[in-house]
Design a protein around this ligand. Structure first.
Ligand SMILES: Cc1ncc(COP(=O)(O)O)c(C=O)c1O
Length: 355
């Protein structure tokens, strides 16, 4: 793929084709193959995985290994990289299941807020960042932290779920690993769970692939095909979602508490975000007074649905405290979808009683 092509061209042409080939990769459902070719057994390899892995790996500048969910990707990464007694840094404000997972491992966990301050990484084996963090949307400087981690002999991984492979390329900023839930914007249609890890090192990617083969948690070919199909329109969807987020931010500015969107110049995360992110997306957060206020907002809206995911076609709102995130009970993570901007702004304005 020509590095100079824009995001739209790169995702549309992510799967190359020869005359006579179908457009895009088709799902291959085999569990076993006639021996002698590249594939021999469905738990170890699948042509549909390879098509998606090649597409995501090319976008992210590393070697990609696909997993059946974001958590499968994260848990395999953590089990592969860490040994008993190792020290690990995780975001205190990131995806809650990652913290729960490491709390049950035999490792020392240091929790640090995404916005810092970060402690010395001496004696640390792995630093896991999540930027922008979910749900608070704080941002940290990947290049600076990767340099500090490497100086201390640690590996640095970035959960890139919120940013997407088009929004941020952590490996180019010095990270060793990218991990993501593609359930969100990459697949983008709220119909499949998916995840991946992309490693800068072929050796590490090989170990992750071996771990996937051994633990047997593999992505289905149909799900892989759905994720790949979603990837083809990621550029278009992100563009509309970011446009919607910008307009909703402008509507809410000065009228709700705790409004965050890293793409807004007045957001505390903007300076670092603008420096290291390639583009912004449709996820913003704000805080309403209490649970009742969130319920009222949702019941008055015709376009915003309560749902606990983000990055999809539909605009969704998630009151994160209901899932145990240590945040205000009225914090809403709003994932702007691909509706017309005018319609969404009018709907949110009405639902919050701002018109
Ligand atoms: C930042 C982040 N990482 C990882 C995950 C886990 O991904 P999945 O739900 O695909 O297992 C999520 C899911 O919400 C997430 O938001």
């Amino acid at each position: 793929m020509n590095e100079n092509f824009g995001d739209g061209t790169r995702v549309v042409h992510a799967v190359p084709g020869e005359p006579g080939d179908p457009f895009g990769a088709q799902p291959v459902f085999a569990s076993s193959y006639h021996l002698g070719g590249q594939d021999y057994y469905g738990r170890a390899g699948n042509p549909t995985w390879r098509a998606l892995e090649s597409a995501l790996g090319t976008l992210e500048g590393g070697e990609c290994v696909a997993f059946p969910s974001g958590m499968a990707a994260i848990s395999t990464l953590l089990r592969t990289v860490l040994s008993s007694g190792d020290t690990l840094v995780v975001p205190s404000d990131g995806y809650f299941l990652t913290r729960k997972f490491v709390s049950e491992m035999d490792v020392n966990v240091v929790e640090v807020p995404t916005a810092g301050p970060y402690p010395s990484f001496d004696g640390v084996r792995l630093v896991l960042l999540e930027t922008p963090s979910n749900p608070g949307l704080d941002v940290c400087d990947i290049a600076d932290l990767a340099a500090r981690a490497h100086e201390a002999g640690a590996l640095l991984a970035v959960d890139n779920t919120t940013a997407t492979p088009l929004g941020q390329r952590p490996l180019e900023l010095g990270a060793d690993l990218v991990v993501a839930s593609d359930t969100k914007a990459v697949a983008g249609h709220s119909d499949v769970l998916f995840g991946h890890v992309t490693a800068a090192s072929e050796e590490l990617a090989g170990r992750l692939r071996d771990a996937r083969t051994m633990n047997g948690a593999i992505p289905g070919p149909f799900e892989t095909w759905l994720a790949l199909r979603g990837l083809g329109t990621l550029d278009l969807r992100l563009a509309r979602q970011a446009e919607n987020a910008e307009a909703v931010y402008a509507l809410l500015k000065g009228r709700v508490a705790g409004l965050r969107w890293p793409g807004a110049p007045e957001d505390p995360a903007y300076l670092v975000a603008a420096q290291q992110m390639r583009r912004f997306n449709g996820v913003l957060t704000f805080v309403l007074d209490d649970v009742a206020a969130v319920e009222k907002f949702l019941s008055r809206s015709k376009l915003v649905s309560a749902a606990t995911s983000f990055g999809g076609l539909h605009t969704t709102a998630d009151r994160r405290a209901q899932f145990g995130d240590p945040v205000h009970e009225g914090l809403v993570r709003l994932s702007c979808g691909c509706e017309d901007t005018r319609d969404l702004v009018a709907d949110v304005s009405h639902a919050l009683g701002l018109d």
